[in-house]
Design a protein around this ligand. Structure first.
Ligand SMILES: [Zn+2]
Length: 80
């Protein structure tokens, strides 16, 4: 796990992270958290997709939901 101490994370307990292979449950913008290279940045993932592994840190990359966004294909207002 990425959390070193359970006592140190009461503020971030609500922050769910996802790992490669997990199914994307909510479309939105996710913060990409690499293990030990590069910087974190934002990426858009759509519901139904699978979180990808990283070329460099592989399965150690994590994704944290930044904010949700409904894709128009999932929005009743845009269904033909
Ligand atoms: Zn990486």
């Amino acid at each position: 796990m990425v959390h070193p101490s359970p006592a140190a994370k009461p503020e971030t307990a609500a922050q769910e992270t996802y790992k490669p292979g997990d199914k994307v449950a909510r479309s939105g913008v996710y913060t990409v958290l690499h293990e030990n290279h590069g910087m974190s940045y934002k990426a858009t993932l759509l519901r139904g997709e699978t979180f990808p592994s990283c070329k460099k840190c592989g399965m150690k990359v994590r994704f944290a939901l930044f904010h949700t966004a409904v894709h128009t294909r999932d929005d009743e207002n845009f269904k033909a």
